[in-house]
Design a protein around this ligand. Structure first.
Ligand code: PMP
Length: 304
């Protein structure tokens, strides 16, 4: 069902939200975006946006890294997102996509002295994987972009060619997901999700200096592990073969929530089923994001 879209200062119909083929961002990938989820609670008849402020703040940082001037404050962007969802009257889970981009219709690769556009749209969105409790992954032959080539902590449009190559390689080989290594051979993340492994009761995840996207779900999960499940979390480099001997592996992200990886490079992780810690974490997470946990209601912005 076509909806209303925020497009360069106005709410317009989907048919009106169009760009020229000459658009700089379309030609060179010179845009930055966010992916935000809103969860519908049927009992409460309420739509909750998860970590809106955190996503908008990362969006502003991505813009800053790419010299994209965005004349909206976090408060103004919040208002636009809420109005967009209210206008479309969503009563289901949705994915929200803010996108700031270089709108000039000019040949020439640079980021400055150009025009900038902003669009925000939303689409109904369900599960990202075939089954969030049994993701089969391979280690990709593609390496993760390095911060000194394309900033890894910014959600740059063009950088997603890297994610798409890795993910497609996995899909074409019959698997669900790719785990991508850094140029130095350590684990960075999955194609569009952060990664955690559990070894002997300790949770390990690569540090933010490992060319990862600084995931917002990652931050939430670290805090839940430490404060609610009382499990130690280490941020350190992870070797490829640590994946094979891990007791549990899970990936986190706005699209994939918290999904259990049960196989890597055709080796079973644990007993090949979702692990205990991953299961508890998923239960707690879904309680929180659907607005059923008062203690963490600060993470949610109700739409209605
Ligand atoms: N890494 C990449 C490359 C991503 O695209 C995403 C999804 N935004 C993530 C990690 C997870 O980040 P978040 O939890 O903020 O969605």
């Amino acid at each position: 069902m076509p909806g209303v879209i925020f497009f360069n200062g106005e709410f317009v119909s989907e048919e009106e939200a169009k760009i020229s083929v000459k658009t700089h961002a379309f030609n060179y990938g010179t845009g930055v975006f966010e992916g935000i989820r809103a969860f519908w609670n049927d009992k409460k008849e309420q739509l909750f946006v998860l970590a809106l402020k955190e996503h908008l703040s990362r969006f502003k940082n991505s813009c800053k890294i790419l010299h994209i001037s965005l004349p909206y404050s976090i408060e103004e962007l919040t208002e636009i997102v809420l109005k967009l969802l209210q206008t479309n009257q969503y009563r289901q889970d949705v994915y929200i996509r803010p996108l700031a981009y270089i709108s000039s219709e000019k040949i020439g690769v640079k980021l400055v002295e150009l025009d900038y556009g902003l669009t925000i749209f939303a689409v109904p969105f369900g599960s990202y994987y075939r089954d969030e409790e049994q993701v089969k992954a391979i280690v990709s032959s593609w390496r993760r972009i390095s911060d000194n080539a394309i900033p890894a902590r910014a959600k740059c449009c063009g950088a997603y060619v890297n994610s798409a190559l890795a993910k497609s390689e996995a899909l074409l080989a019959g698997f669900d997901e790719a785990i991508v290594l850094n140029e130095d051979g350590h684990v960075a993340e999955a194609s569009a999700a952060n990664i955690f492994i559990i070894r002997d009761g300790v949770v390990v995840t690569p540090p933010v200096t490992s060319n990862i996207l600084e995931g917002i779900t990652r931050e939430i999960v670290i805090s839940l592990l430490q404060n609610e499940l009382l499990i130690e979390v280490q941020e350190r480099n992870i070797d490829r073969t640590e994946l094979y001997v891990a007791d549990e592996i899970f990936v986190t992200g706005t699209a994939c929530n918290i999904s259990a990886v049960v196989e890597v490079d055709q080796r079973k992780i644990g007993d090949g089923k979702i692990g205990k810690i991953t299961k508890s974490l998923r239960e707690l997470y879904f309680e929180i994001v659907r607005g059923e946990n008062q203690k963490y209601s600060f993470l949610l912005t109700p739409v209605y």
